[in-house]
Design a protein around this ligand. Structure first.
Ligand SMILES: Cc1ncc(COP(=O)(O)O)c(C=O)c1O
Length: 415
């Protein structure tokens, strides 16, 4: 049986349902879904809609086969080995991070501190606050360098470190991710990577990155709404299971139970409580195949689109504002401030004297869908740096050069 298409021959048709006038620039929130992904989900519902892991009839066997294949595809996509890692599914990145942090056995892991960075999404930022409070631990918030890397000197011994691989403000990546992982481990600590923004457009940074856990959201990688966790097998011993229910046990007595994850082949059940989103998991497998077969020309178009936007800001405004203090920013003569140092698929800006939400609405009137506000990075953007609410443009593979021209024409009108 051929489970996944080998290649996408007709890429353009994958978004043919979309009216070109709808200019969707909010893929950092959730991506649009290409036809093969939608078809995979529809096929599950129409042809073999069944529970996984439990049933003996034919439909269930197809579901099991395809779900297992998606687990393998996630590992292959990240170039991680099955002997070292397993994949569990959950709701989203936030849920995955909380599942790990709320069940992490600090004493067993001998952790003295939790470390995160100042440009994190609320997802790790808040969960690291509650983790520190619950476990009565110190919490340290480190600054990221302008290239996205961290200073290894900031990492103390025996720390649990939670960092994003790619920022949802300006797309900067954790450039020294591999060194950071090695360093944390050398110092007796553990590292969890928030890969929400990295999985679709900067997954190279994650390849062979041997973190203890990697959490991601399938809905930000052209797949249906779903979360995923890639977990190092030897990390599981620090998870004290308390979030529990159906699908996780092999036997139950009046006051005790036997966890299915005791069986090394079923480690993934450790985080999969209750019935899973089987169709969505299967469609994630399809999305990964699709991502791996994006035509070179489409990738080039995306890079050109990023560059064109960045150059527009270079010409009409100031770039690299993300870590400039408010006085410096005010001293810049231009009205247009781009936070990015370099073009990426995610770019955020503001215009002096113009409310970003109003600008967002004006663009929406032209069919251009951007995000406005603080994108769940309230601490850094609002309280540390005192930025006004921002406008975020996040690109994806369906965006055409004509759409970007239209966006820039509209911005020029504003200026
Ligand atoms: C960097 C980053 N981390 C975490 C999240 C949380 O993702 P989700 O809402 O899918 O849990 C997001 C969402 O935008 C994000 O951009």
């Amino acid at each position: 049986m051929k489970l996944f298409k080998k290649e996408n021959k007709d890429f353009k048709n994958d978004f043919s349902y979309l009216d070109e006038k709808n200019i969707y620039l909010d893929s950092a929130c959730q991506s649009l879904r290409p036809e093969p992904v939608i078809s995979a989900l529809e096929k599950y519902y129409k042809e073999f809609n069944s529970c996984g892991e439990r049933v003996k009839y034919k439909w269930g066997k197809i579901t099991d086969e395809k779900v297992n294949l998606t687990r393998e595809k996630v590992l292959d996509y990240l170039k991680l080995k099955k002997k070292d890692y397993f994949v569990s599914f959950t709701l989203n990145t936030t849920y995955g991070l909380n599942l790990i942090l709320s069940q992490f056995d600090v004493k067993k892991a001998k952790i003295k501190e939790i470390i995160t960075s100042n440009i994190e999404h609320n997802s790790p930022f808040l969960s690291s606050i509650t983790f520190a409070k619950k476990n009565n631990l110190k919490r340290k918030v480190i600054s990221r360098n302008s290239d996205g890397s961290i200073n290894l000197n900031d990492i103390n011994k025996n720390s649990l470190v939670v960092l994003n691989a790619t920022s949802n403000i300006d797309g900067r990546t954790l450039k020294n991710i591999k060194e950071a992982i090695k360093d944390v481990h050398k110092k007796g600590g553990f590292i969890i990577i928030d890969a929400a923004q990295a999985m679709a457009h900067s997954k190279e940074i994650l390849e062979k990155a041997e973190a203890d856990a990697i959490c991601f959201s399938a809905h930000k990688m052209y797949a249906p709404s779903l979360g995923g966790m890639v977990i190092r097998k030897d990390f599981v011993k620090y998870i004290d299971t308390s979030f529990i229910g159906g699908g996780m046990v092999d036997d139950v007595d009046l006051e005790t139970y036997l966890l299915s994850s005791e069986n090394k082949e079923h480690l993934y059940t450790k985080f999969e409580s209750g019935l899973q989103a089987w169709g969505e998991i299967i469609a994630l497998g399809e999305a990964i195949s699709w991502l791996e077969n994006i035509p070179k020309t489409t990738k080039e178009t995306m890079l050109k689109n990023e560059k064109k936007i960045f150059e527009f800001f270079e010409k009409h405004g100031t770039t690299g504002e993300i870590d400039k203090n408010i006085e410096d920013r005010r001293s810049h003569k231009t009205k247009l401030h781009l936070l990015n140092y370099e073009p990426t698929s995610t770019m955020s800006f503001y215009v002096d004297g113009l409310d970003s939400h109003l600008l967002g609405e004006a663009l929406a009137g032209e069919g251009i869908m951007v995000r406005t506000g603080y994108f769940c990075v309230h601490y850094y953007l609002d309280h540390e740096m005192h930025f006004p609410p921002l406008v975020r443009i996040s690109l994806s593979y369906q965006n055409t050069p004509e759409q970007i021209d239209k966006l820039l024409q509209e911005l020029e009108k504003v200026l």
